[in-house]
Design a protein around this ligand. Structure first.
Ligand code: ADP
Length: 165
């Protein structure tokens, strides 16, 4: 009998904080693979609102009901992370033109680093396309309502973080 290998995908991101856009991409991506590994990056250059440990807990909590998805922290080259997880696909979400240039360049360079792993771009539901973690934080800092963009759990996390400041 032929050996059957699971198709594994990784979905890397900062998730500071996790939004409904991320969750939609995860739901869509999960259909394409047998196993999805969400990689939470440390990404100190973005001076995140939540520590990597907090983001790991947040993402783990939000995907708790979804089968065949795991969450890990990673602090290495994306290609090394994908290789380590035995992934053949890297999933990325694409929002309009703003994301395109960066994603295009990153996918191109990653292809040169490892040609056996494909980057696959997914589009979130049209209503969720404009959502960005950065804007969620900005809206919350000015006292706006973020409930349309994140889960109730994440909205509470953000409120708690801002209250402590
Ligand atoms: P990164 O720092 O890697 O950009 P993010 O947490 O900002 O991490 O995003 C992770 C991935 O999710 C990226 O591919 C990003 O384009 C995608 N993404 C984020 N928000 C949305 C959205 N609303 N619709 C589609 N893709 C999204």
């Amino acid at each position: 009998m032929m050996a059957v290998r699971d198709r594994v995908g990784v979905y890397p991101g900062t998730f500071d904080p996790m939004t409904l856009g991320h969750l939609d991409i995860i739901r869509r991506g999960a259909h394409l693979v047998d196993r999805l590994v969400i990689g939470v990056t440390t990404n100190p250059s973005k001076s995140p609102m939540f520590t990597v440990a907090e983001r790991l807990r947040m993402v783990t909590r939000e995907i708790a009901a979804m089968p065949s998805i795991s969450v890990v922290e990673f602090d290495s080259l994306l290609m090394d992370f994908a290789e380590r997880e035995g992934a053949s696909l890297i999933l990325r979400g694409l929002r309009a033109v703003a994301d395109f240039e960066y994603e295009y360049q990153m996918a191109g360079m990653n292809q040169q680093l490892n040609d056996r792993i494909e980057t696959v771009f997914l589009m979130a539901d049209v209503s969720l396309q404009p959502i960005a973690s950065k804007l969620v934080k900005e809206i919350a800092r000015y006292g706006g309502a973020i409930e349309k963009f994140v889960t109730p759990g994440v909205a509470a996390d953000v409120a708690e973080r801002l209250a402590r400041k």
